[in-house]
Design a protein around this ligand. Sequence first.
Ligand code: PMV
Length: 345
Amino acid sequence: MDLSATAIATPNIALIKYWGKEDEKLIIPKNSSISITLDESLSTKTSVLFSSSLKEDIFYINGEKQDLSNNEVKERFNIINMLRQEANVNEHVAVVSENNFPTAAGLASSASGISAMVFAASKALSLNKSLFELGIIARQGSGSSCRSLAGGFVKWEKGSRKDGLDSSIRQIAPSSHWPEIIDIIAIASKSKKKIPSRSGMKQTVETSILYKARPEYAEEACISMEKAILSKDFESLALLTMRDSNNMHALMLDTWPPIIYLNQTSLEIIGEIQNLNQSMGKLVAAYTFDAGPNAHIITTKEHEKEIRNILEGIDGVESIISAGIGNGPRLLGEKDSIIEKYIKL
Ligand code: PMV
């Protein structure tokens, strides 16, 4: 019996960030978070095949065979086991994933990779799961990945249950609600991040003196952000976005030993965006940084050209990618499968 499916999913950029877990095992966050799902300018295609002709579980990312005994890989792959168990399927599985952007570009591919994998696997297994249910599974592979399962503006609700069964996603608004919004990504370093987010956020929760204030503030910021999105109030969105990025990176610096993801180029970008907003007399762009030095500039299409010009002039900016708002994962046809590109059946 062969069960297969192929899906495409895209990364998301958090406007109000997730940095800290309430439950390390179940991956329940300390606070809710809000993100924008990006369009297919950056995307991951994943094919999943459950088949009796497979002698072992196989996992390829960008042509590289993954070591399934490696902890990081295991965590990601475990969600396949959860779905396989639920569907009562005993066959081995092959998972093959390709990014349309270089992984070496320093852009997180885990969110698009995990959401594509969860989406494709659940379809292959004919598990009729809602996005909310898929989100509960995806967040156990990597927290922020659950937000890539829906398009547009997405909130990952922290929830209040100890078992985490109410901690999942909700779409605030589809991409069509505010299609003018774009994310201009400035690559400020291509190297892999030094401290993985999983251990970094644990260290922050355990040692940062300032962290105590974050969960309550971030929960309130989510409420204000949702209002800003629904009313298309760009200035409020921009202010909340920049302050939340600053807050998270301040907590990282307050962690012991300190965690510093931003580099000189990142700091220069912050200054230039401040200058731009000041010269315009209003907020027309917002910077935000995840666990790395690459800047995401959230703005509207009308300012794309001038912002790209500004970024091009900054020392250390290696490349610039623009992405619009996307619609979330989508299923492809049989003929789009990439399994046989890497695996002989
Ligand atoms: O889900 P993880 O383990 O990749 O954590 C990433 C957290 C940030 O990207 C820094 C913020 C966020 O909410 O996406």
